[in-house]
Design a binder for this molecule. Sequence first.
Ligand code: HEM
Length: 416
Amino acid sequence: MNVMPRDLHKQARERAYSMPLSEINVADPELFRTDTMWPYFERLRKEDPVHYQAEHEFGPYWSITKYNDIMAVDTNHADFSSEPSITIVDPKDDFRLPMFIAMDPPKHDAQRKTVTPAVSPMNLEHLSPIIRERAAGILDSLPVGEEFDWVDKVSIELTTMTLATLFDFPWEDRRKLTYWSDLATAGPNSPLFISPEHKRGQLMECVNYFMTLWNERVNAPPKNDLISLLAHGPSTRNMDQMEYLGNLILLIVGGNDTTRNTISGSVLALNENPDQYAKLRENPSLIPNMVSETIRWQTPLAHMRRNATRDVELGGKTIKKGEKVVMWYVSGNRDETVIERPNDYWIERPRARQHLSFGFGIHRCVGNRLAELQLNIIWEEILKRFHTIEVTGDVTRVPSSFVKGYEHMPARLHAA
Ligand code: HEM
């Protein structure tokens, strides 16, 4: 039976408010696939903002759902460690992938510093015309008036091209990056997930491929691409194979899924809010603000996880040493006590950059300006060419409580 989205949302609201608080499990990927997690988060923010989930397939965890509490956890890396993992799922003992997002100082700081030149303001200036030329090429190749998948043809294409440039990756193989990115975050519900053994095998192929590139770069003079930076950096040049793979996955997923899902999210949000689309069309100088509003509205990474290093008081509760703490950015970005009209998509929102989507503290997204740059450029080029990108049918969402995004988005272009 086909349930209309409106009925689905009504049912979710009734369920969210009628079930015992202790049973609310906002990490259920199905809530994200059906986009029905909102009333559960709303109830937690109102009734139990620091919420203990005693039973869960990945073990007990705390859910932090309000903006200021999330900020308090994210900026306190001494009490809330990023080790051993930044997602709700614990790493498997026999397949650990060290990566600097899941490390604490001092090692985190040294490795982060190593890759930062790839996304420095100077490098972004260099990348900007390259991204623009590619965005224009992608848009000019689209079939005006015919239905196609926006995710595949535009969002994936542009972000994969940018990522290939950041790695100085063989151009013709660049879709391998998309595959590895999707596979790395694929859970058992994903069509890409065949078995744990298959996933590991494919990731080992990824590191083998990158090993060849490492060997080329380590013997050449240092450059600003990510592999050369890692191969020459004092804190990364002696990494073993698993740490190399871990950091590669971090950079591939970080630079790929997130920006991709924001590009798709911007099209969806503007379709759901035609008045905002009209405003943008009339006034392209609103693009940067619209981009920030979309990054808040989309929240491409729904959560980050920490581990308490000692007993800590938060929101009147005691989080015990060793317990798992999940910061739900997706909920903090809709916190009605901090953000005005949080459920509205409002492209002229004052202080639109005030959102949690890039995190805060020492792990704040290193690629945030690059993400915004790609979004700004693609929209500048879209508005030059098309009157409307129409979303023509239902979107398919990723079944994950970590990567919040879209698998497919049917779209049709209307010429300017
Ligand atoms: C809209 C797009 C993006 C979003 C929403 C996003 C979101 C995030 C978030 C939430 C974090 C963790 C913050 C924290 O724990 O406080 C993070 C870290 C990171 N992001 Fe992004 N990201 C985006 C784009 C990118 C891009 C384009 C890159 C490319 C280089 C990138 C690379 C990274 C890296 C390397 C880290 C780890 C930083 C650290 O641990 O110090 N991200 N990102």
